[in-house]
Design a protein around this ligand. Structure first.
Ligand code: IMP
Length: 179
């Protein structure tokens, strides 16, 4: 575990979870997916930007036939009282009849995942599950079935291993939390 705090945009972050702890969580998720999807050739949908390291490391642990595609969730203001609307960008593959596994770096309030799951369900896949590296159970505001959870963490803001604070911090191998 690195001892030093890091500074991003003049905010301090202290070491929180080590590269090894993250790797163990990724392996545990991969083992479950290997077991549950044997013979099913799932399509992994990695949500950019934050999930790129998780997606990469997870895929290296998968021993089943699987495909991956990278998507984004874009927010824009709805025209009526619906408020913020989220749209999926970058989904080129036909997902109808496919077994989908959404890969996310972190589920916080769950707003993003709720919107994403609704839109994916409308495309009539055979199944949709979620694999998230991190989840903040205290913050969750929706009833979501997140089948594969790497690590549950408290309501802290974290950076590293793909997660950013205003664009910075994605490059660290370990996870840091705001102090
Ligand atoms: P939600 O819609 O509130 O669940 O938020 C999901 C998104 O917010 C994640 O995909 C991240 O991009 C971002 N996010 C939430 N918590 C953190 C954090 O602690 N660090 C960095 N990004 C976060």
């Amino acid at each position: 575990m690195p001892q030093a705090t890091i500074s991003l945009h003049n905010k301090e972050f202290a070491p929180y979870l080590s590269e090894d702890q993250l790797a163990a969580a990724v392996r545990a998720v991969a083992e479950q997916i290997n077991r549950d999807y044997a013979g099913q050739k799932p399509l992994l949908l990695a949500v950019l930007n934050g999930s790129f390291m998780f997606a990469s490391d997870l895929m290296k642990e998968l021993t089943i036939d699987c495909e991956i595609s990278f998507i984004r969730v874009a927010s824009y203001q709805g025209t009526s009282s619906t408020g913020e609307v989220k749209e999926i960008l970058g989904l080129q593959e036909a997902v109808e009849g496919r077994h989908l596994v959404v890969l996310e770096d972190i589920v916080d309030t769950g707003h993003t995942m709720k919107a994403l799951l609704e839109q994916l369900q409308a495309k009539q896949p055979a199944s949709v599950e979620v694999a998230t590296l991190l989840i903040k159970p205290e913050c969750l505001q929706h009833q979501l079935n997140i089948k594969y959870q790497g690590l549950a963490i408290p309501n802290d803001f974290v950076v590293g291993y793909g997660l950013d604070y205003d664009g910075l911090g994605r490059n660290y191998r370990d996870l840091y939390r705001a102090v």
